[in-house]
Design a protein around this ligand. Structure first.
Ligand SMILES: NC(=O)c1ccc[n+]([C@@H]2O[C@H](COP(=O)([O-])OP(=O)(O)OC[C@H]3O[C@@H](n4cnc5c(N)ncnc54)[C@H](O)[C@@H]3O)[C@@H](O)[C@H]2O)c1
Ligand SMILES: [Zn+2]
Ligand SMILES: [Zn+2]
Length: 364
């Protein structure tokens, strides 16, 4: 099958034919229908995040079940599914505590499927999986707990976005921060994930949603999703600007959704006394923020991370599907560009060049 393979960081992905072994017990063979262009893949491509290479990246995906391995009960051939990049084992401490997004067995088998082996290879060279999804390919083999069924008429590009940016952003507001109605919210970085933080804040009736982003087109685009105030940090001090908008105190909540020491610091400094800072972005290796820890103590600031929107994928992704069907969240307009798999390097170039919204690969 055709796949995009990353052999070495800071090099283009190579589009080539590789082999995909059949699904083993508890695994499902998928025909990939759509794959989103998320910055987490770009971190690996740029060498800013570690991953075993060579690898087939792509973790924001959807598709159709082609065949199932032994003992699979959750899906059957022909089903349309969202792919979760944190399939759950169901028996580790975190799964038992209802934190399936932090499944230990999944983390311990990073780069492979649950049995510690890969289905991807080129001849004798084993190729790693990303998030047990690897949807930058025509087909994939994934654990059955990574398959969340949707109805047959559900569009696959929208389903792919429910595989990462939608739950990551909305979940950070709904399940992690659990903001109160009327809250003031800052969102640092309004790309694919940040726009969903915006949608989550709107859904939970935030009174002000303040976007900080150096890209003017991204700021303008974000107002269509519920942003009430925009700040361009290249034109004004973003922290001072947030204070001006919030009557001098700072926001109740801030969400960091780019991934850098600088933006974490901006988010940290933008909240009021007693405020909460949620870090969603992944900072490059070694790019750690400097924060005033005394302020955290004296002003009771809460600083917390949010992984996969703190969702339990199998339970909460159907909620996202329902919110979309009810017209409460907009996924259609998030999709601003579609690509062929052959053009994946261009897709990542576009992201680096500041194209707004989400790009999606729809032709394989
Ligand atoms: N926590 C999770 O589970 C999770 C899941 C998916 C993605 N992520 C991470 O979230 C981050 C965002 O991903 P994305 O796909 O939305 O990226 P994106 O490229 O679509 O969006 C990033 C946005 O940040 C803006 N930006 C750039 N520099 C900035 C600055 N100095 N200040 C403010 N904004 C700035 C960009 O203009 C862009 O609008 C990445 O770090 C990604 O790895 C985390
Ligand atoms: Zn992602
Ligand atoms: Zn587990």
């Amino acid at each position: 099958m055709k796949a995009a393979v990353l052999y070495e960081a800071r090099n283009p992905l190579v589009i080539e034919d590789i082999q995909l072994d059949p699904p083993k017990s508890g695994e499902v063979h998928i025909k990939v229908g759509a794959a989103g262009i998320c910055r987490s893949d770009l971190h690996i491509i740029k060498g800013h995040a570690k991953h075993r290479l060579p690898a087939v990246l792509g973790h924001e995906g959807s598709g159709t079940v082609l065949e199932v391995g032994r003992d699979v009960t959750r899906v059957k051939p022909g089903d349309k599914v969202i792919l979760s990049f944190v399939p759950f084992c169901g028996h580790c401490d975190n799964c038992l505590e209802g934190k399936a997004n932090l499944c230990n067995t999944h983390a311990d088998t990073s780069g492979t499927l649950f049995d510690g082996t890969t289905r991807l290879h080129k001849g004798d060279t084993r190729i790693s999986h990303m998030g047990k999804v690897s949807c930058f390919a025509e087909e994939a083999v994934v654990p059955e707990t990574g398959c969340i069924p949707v109805s047959h008429d559900f569009p696959l590009p929208q389903a792919a976005l429910i595989g990462c940016c939608v739950p990551t952003g909305i979940g950070a507001v709904m399940f992690n921060a659990k903001i109160n109605p009327g809250s003031t919210v800052v969102v640092v970085g309004v790309g694919g994930v940040g726009l969903n933080v915006v949608q989550g804040a709107k859904l939970l009736s935030a009174s002000k949603i303040i976007a900080i982003d150096p890209n003017e087109s991204a700021l303008e685009f974000a107002t269509k999703f519920g942003v009430t105030n925009t700040i361009n940090p290249t034109e004004q001090d973003p922290v001072q600007a947030v204070k001006d908008i919030t009557g001098g105190s700072g926001a109740d909540y801030s969400f960091e959704v780019f991934g850098s020491s600088e933006t974490v610091q901006t988010a940290y400094n933008s909240v009021r006394k007693g405020g909460t800072v949620i870090v969603v972005g992944l900072t490059p290796l070694g790019d750690d923020p400097t924060i005033d820890a005394n302020r955290m103590t004296r002003q009771e600031i809460t600083l917390r991370g949010s992984y996969y929107g703190s969702v339990r994928p199998a339970l909460d992704m159907p909620t996202m599907v329902n919110l979309y069907k009810a017209g409460k969240i907009d996924i259609d307009n998030l999709i601003t560009r579609t690509y062929k798999l052959d053009d994946i390097n261009k897709a990542y170039q576009d992201m680096e060049n500041g194209q707004i919204g989400r790009g999606v690969i729809t032709q394989f």
